[in-house]
Design a protein around this ligand. Structure first.
Ligand code: GDP
Length: 308
């Protein structure tokens, strides 16, 4: 069995490849919930929904959230009614969010609801939220001349990341437990893939849960670097790594993962610094633009680790 740790943009691209390369019944994806939030009456689990849509071949690849070709009638009508629509959520996407909200309000665990959704969408791989407890990633930032603790959504969507970041914290992660299904998946896996996701806001929250790092000690862990050259392929990973004191390079990625990583996958661009990385290194093209890129990288990874 193979378990993948995922956020909501970089790793989903790799999942598009993996789902075409490995037996999906033997694939589990543990997904970050640190960006989950309530907006109005809706529970949003952005990374979980992106992984569901990706594995169901429904994802809008322009934005990496929402359903491709979705309509926005509900959003428009709510706006016409004067409702404060903070987010532009598509109709089908809203249905999934309403489904989650309905069951969460009736006492179901997030992992139970996601499992229902996975099945209804015809997904064979397991999709597991990292925890059923609330862990919230917050950004300590200088906003004007004040220091404020921002929700991730506030930082990235509302303020477009244009604030000075002082620190990133995972609120409540000391008390949160990983989902039992996540623990089981790791235990049953002979390979763990940490996809090219933001280490600070997507993978860090998963690793912060009690017992996860210990479980990874006996496992073969391969990490795909989301940093190519001296910047992230997309999103705020560079800025947040810098704020946490890491070099924005594959060396910084190694430092971040040094307690758990066995193999680091780096891009051809960075081949000169491979010898400075003190673990096994796989050098390849890690930029995933086409489906071919994704399938090739996925194949490369599982072949390299002897899991194909
Ligand atoms: P989020 O939840 O939307 O922040 O998404 P993730 O954390 O899953 O992914 C964001 C990270 O994916 C960024 O740090 C990017 O650098 C990385 N990323 C996106 N596309 C690619 C790609 O094609 N190749 C690699 N190596 N990294 C990528």
């Amino acid at each position: 069995m193979i378990t993948v740790f995922s956020g909501g943009t970089g790793t989903p691209k790799l999942l598009q490849g993996l789902k075409r390369v490995v037996d999906n019944e033997k694939l589990a994806v543990i997904v970050n919930t640190g960006e989950d939030t309530w907006v109005g009456d809706l529970y949003l689990s952005p990374d979980v929904d992106t992984v569901l849509y990706t594995l169901a071949d429904l994802i809008n690849e322009e934005t990496w959230y929402g359903v491709k070709g979705d309509t926005f009638y509900t959003h428009e009508q709510l706006k016409n009614l004067g409702f404060d629509e903070v987010l532009r959520i598509g109709d089908k996407d809203r249905a999934l969010k309403m489904h989650k909200t309905y069951y969460l309000r009736r006492g179901y665990k997030l992992s139970e609801v996601v499992d229902m959704e996975r099945e209804a969408l015809g997904i064979k791989a397991k999709v597991i939220p990292m925890t059923d407890d609330r862990v919230e990633t917050k950004i300590l930032a200088k906003v004007g001349d004040k220091v404020d603790l921002l929700k991730f959504h506030d930082f990235w969507v509302k303020r477009r990341g244009e604030v000075e970041v002082l620190d990133v914290i995972y609120e409540n992660s000391l008390y949160a437990k990983p989902c039992e299904k996540a623990v089981e998946a790791i235990k049953n896996s002979n390979l763990i893939i940490i996809g090219p996701s933001n280490p600070i806001t997507s993978i860090g929250p998963i690793l912060s849960l009690s017992g996860i790092k210990e479980l990874l000690k006996d496992k073969k862990v391969i990490v795909v670097s989301p940093i190519v050259g001296n910047s992230a392929v997309s999103g705020p990973a560079g800025k947040l790594m810098r704020a946490k004191g890491y070099d924005v390079s594959v060396k910084g990625i190694y430092e971040f993962y040094k307690d758990v990583v066995d193999v680091l996958v780096i891009d051809n661009t960075d081949k000169e610094i491979a010898k400075e990385i003190p673990c096994e290194v796989l050098i390849t093209n890690t930029i995933m633009k086409t489906l071919d890129d994704k399938v090739r990288l996925a194949k490369n990874i599982v072949e390299f680790c002897g899991s194909l």
